[in-house]
Design a protein around this ligand. Structure first.
Ligand code: ADP
Length: 252
């Protein structure tokens, strides 16, 4: 395992659903402390790419490699598969529709995976959960059920739940798209804070302000391919392709 290897790498991923090829040889590396933002038109394959990296979809071709270790299936042998299972909890995911467990309180949502998957003692899991709720400013909602929370609060709980597993990388799939502008801001503020603290993040987003000001790199996808990638604000200031220029015009 090399320390210079990217934290997580999409290595030539092609994904087909039946006859529909939605990703074509996509390669993307995310290193420690990177905040990589993936933008592009609807249907361009952003979510599918993220789901492949989170091992929720299996690439048709290509691999997901974490710190030099291939973690996606089909794995060439049992050893690699075991490595894949071991690092699965290193990847946190935040979904567009929060996906909290509705029958569990906020606290239970946060301690479930650490206790079950990591075999963490309950007291320790509760202490970590309480610290994370403080961080996302929801200590007072500890015993509430998700249905009683606003969308913005639910998404902040979902972020805290992902953090409770101490992931090495957090993947965000349009985490603010289902929210009204007012509630978006509170979720974006939490994401910005995480970036500031050095959390490694891959963010599929329609929030061009976040990508421009918080992202360390912006990747533009169209029709299943990465068309452009540029550091910081460069993609927005000087898009190189007609496709990117056209895409950005809608946000002017
Ligand atoms: P984006 O996130 O950029 O909007 P998606 O990755 O969601 O794009 O979708 C890319 C394409 O893949 C779309 O044409 C979509 O219909 C198709 N797709 C995504 N998931 C599935 C699936 N589970 N089965 C079949 N087609 C899918």
């Amino acid at each position: 395992m090399s320390s210079t290897a990217p934290l997580i790498l999409a290595d030539g991923i092609t994904k087909r659903f039946g006859a529909n090829q939605v990703l074509t040889r996509v390669s993307l590396d995310v290193s420690e402390r990177d905040v990589v933002c993936v933008v592009g038109p609807s249907g361009s394959g952003k979510t599918t790419l993220l789901r492949c990296l989170a091992l929720l979809e299996e690439p048709s071709e290509g691999r997901v490699v974490m710190q030099g270790v291939p973690i996606s299936t089909p794995a060439p042998n049992k050893q690699v598969k075991a490595a894949g299972r071991a690092v699965r909890s290193d990847i946190g995911m935040v979904f567009q529709h929060f996906n909290l467990w509705p029958h569990m309180s906020v606290l239970q949502n946060l301690i479930e995976a650490p206790i079950r998957v990591k075999k963490m003692p309950r007291d320790e899991a509760v202490a970590i959960a309480e610290a994370l709720l403080k961080k996302v400013d929801l200590s007072d909602k500890r015993d509430a059920y998700p249905a009683r929370l606003s969308g913005g609060q639910q998404q902040r709980v979902a972020i805290a739940r992902a953090l409770a597993m101490s992931p090495k990388v957090l993947l965000f799939d349009e985490a603010t798209s289902a929210l009204d502008p007012e509630l978006r801001r509170e979720v974006l503020a939490v994401m910005r804070q995480l970036a500031r603290e050095g959390m490694t993040m891959l963010v599929v987003t329609h929030e061009m302000g976040f990508a421009r000001h918080v992202g360390t790199r912006t990747v533009f996808m169209d029709r299943g391919e990465i068309v452009e990638a540029a550091p910081g604000a460069a993609f927005f200031d000087a898009p190189q392709t007609e496709r990117a220029k056209r895409f950005l015009q809608q946000f002017e």
